[in-house]
Design a protein around this ligand. Structure first.
Ligand code: 4AD
Ligand code: MG
Length: 479
């Protein structure tokens, strides 16, 4: 008999038919005559209930059916007599594929803290919470490709090892094959990268944007979806050293077209989750409510599914950075009437408490901020006529803060070189990038969506380490 996944049985299983299932035991409970085994195979949040006759299988076998053990079970599907499920499988064969020592297996049949699960990241795929997150994450990957494919965008693989710093922020992980115990030096005492693998200093990419722009200048509309790496030493619940980013880049788009696309894209993804991941979202919503029930009503966040629908129902607010600064300066965020970081005025970067205040308290919906001071944004953004702001856009979400960062790009060769010089970006090394502005340059725009920040929002989780299978954060790369 062929194995059937539990998700298929629960959806389309026929009462009276025989099935073979394989999976891991979540719990076993029972009486003298009959045992109930909750089996999960990762295909759904729901377990399949197995009914095992004690006399038929005997104590010595059933004692091996412990939490975490792997089983193959065949039997007949019947309508369940219990109230917890519609159907259950009456076992006629049970094979233990892998024993699991109950005394040393870290996962118990109870709710574990997320911190405990992070410390046991190698086993957390076996839990309801991480299973649900992992399935939602997969659905979002699929939806990203579906959205862009339906719009005629072409997916581009950009390099992971590169010689450039796309954001100009100097937060790169170096890549080298040089012998660290015996680093070759030039006469001036500098590291001699001529002798390195690529004959020059290289690093892990911080963004695929610059290469994406090259592709857009011939393919029209493209998107990347790849891993990006940042050696920013910020140990927060919103930052990873290795995260996944989706970066569309579009020829002939101005900033408004860019904002329209970003809003449509985010709404598409959230709607996709609501239409395709409801079982997992309901589970995650309940988990969140259990966690929040001890908080004061004012501090509790909106119910998860309600929150997702709310984002779909409203237009995002679009205002300039300057307007946002004015609002923040007038605001009284709490009883003391102050932010932890005071709002300095034009030119200062916004802290995530400011971003979240605008979204959660002031407008109560997602906000797109545009036209930031040029000093706090990357070199490639198009300069406005005022000479002091650039055509940047940050999309701010409740609970998350910045979920998307993007801009219209500077398409004018001279202005771009001017900005690069001002910001000490090595112009000669970027000749390939500048060539796009020499040969058939056109207005173009793009943005980057932090994939894990999207997953945080959709799952209602609060720590970015819980929405990626193997988080990379400072001092954390065990496996
Ligand atoms: O705002 P960022 O730095 O923009 C870029 O990298 C541009 N090249 C994008 C573009 O225009 N093509 O990053 C984009 C998004 C952020 O809004 C945030 O969601 C996410 O990437 N992000 C991070 N996510 C997790 N951990 C980090 N350390 C992140 N840094 C940025
Ligand atoms: Mg940004």
């Amino acid at each position: 008999m062929r194995r059937t996944k539990i998700s298929i049985i629960l959806k389309d299983g026929k009462v009276g038919e025989e099935y073979l299932v394989k999976g891991w035991v979540r719990t076993r409970r029972g009486s003298k005559n009959v045992n109930f085994i909750a089996l999960n195979d990762g295909s759904t949040i729901h377990n399949l209930q197995i009914v095992a006759d004690v006399e038929m299988f005997g104590d010595s076998l059933l004692r091996r059916v412990t939490t975490g053990a792997a089983l193959a079970i065949s039997g007949k599907l019947i309508a369940s007599q219990g109230s917890g499920q519609a159907v259950e499988l009456v076992a006629d064969q049970i094979e233990v594929l892998g024993d699991c020592d109950a005394d040393t297996f870290p996962l118990q049949p109870k709710k574990h803290s997320l911190e405990f699960l992070r410390e046991n990241a190698h086993l957390r795929f076996r839990t309801n919470t991480f299973g649900a997150i992992t399935r939602v994450r997969h659905a979002m990957i699929f939806a990203v490709h579906q959205f862009f494919t339906s719009k005629g965008f072409v997916n581009i693989h950009t390099p992971i090892i590169t010689a450039s710093d796309a954001e100009g922020a100097g937060e790169m992980f170096q890549v080298t094959t040089l012998d660290l115990d015996n680093i070759p030096r030039t006469e001036e005492g500098k590291i001699d990268f001529d002798q390195d693998f690529f004959g020059k200093a290289t690093n892990l990419t911080v963004s695929g944007q610059l290469e994406g722009e090259l592709a857009a200048m011939g393919m029209g509309e493209i998107y990347t979806f790849g891993p990006t790496f940042r050696a920013e030493n910020s140990n927060t619940t919103r930052h990873l050293a290795e995260f996944w980013m989706i970066e569309p880049e579009m020829a002939f788009y101005d900033l408004n077209d860019n904002m329209d696309l970003a809003e449509e894209f985010l709404k598409y993804l959230i709607n996709y989750a609501l239409e395709n991941c409801m079982d997992d979202l309901q589970f995650l919503s309940k988990r969140l409510q259990d966690e929040e029930k001890d908080k004061k009503a004012d501090d509790r966040s909106m119910e998860l599914i309600e929150k997702l629908r709310f984002v779909l129902a409203n237009d995002f607010v679009r205002i300039t950075y300057s307007e946002a600064i004015d609002i923040l300066k007038e605001s009284k965020p709490n009883k003391k009437g102050q932010f932890k970081y005071p709002v300095e005025g034009f030119g200062s970067d916004l802290q995530s408490e400011h971003e979240r205040y605008l979204v959660e308290k002031h407008f109560k919906r997602p906000v797109i901020l545009t036209d930031y001071p040029k000093e706090i944004k990357a070199f490639y953004m198009k300069l406005n006529a005022d000479g002091r702001t650039v055509r940047a856009m940050d999309v701010l979400f409740p609970q998350i803060g910045e979920i998307i960062g993007g801009s219209q790009r500077e398409e004018d060769y001279d202005k771009l070189v001017g900005r690069m010089n001002e910001m000490h970006i090595p112009v000669e090394e970027m000749w390939w990038y500048l060539d796009t502005r020499r040969f058939g340059s056109v207005p173009h725009s793009g943005f980057g969506l932090g994939f894990e920040r999207l997953i945080l929002f959709v799952t209602g989780m609060t720590n970015i380490r819980d929405v990626i299978p193997f988080p990379r954060t400072p001092r954390n790369a065990e496996f």
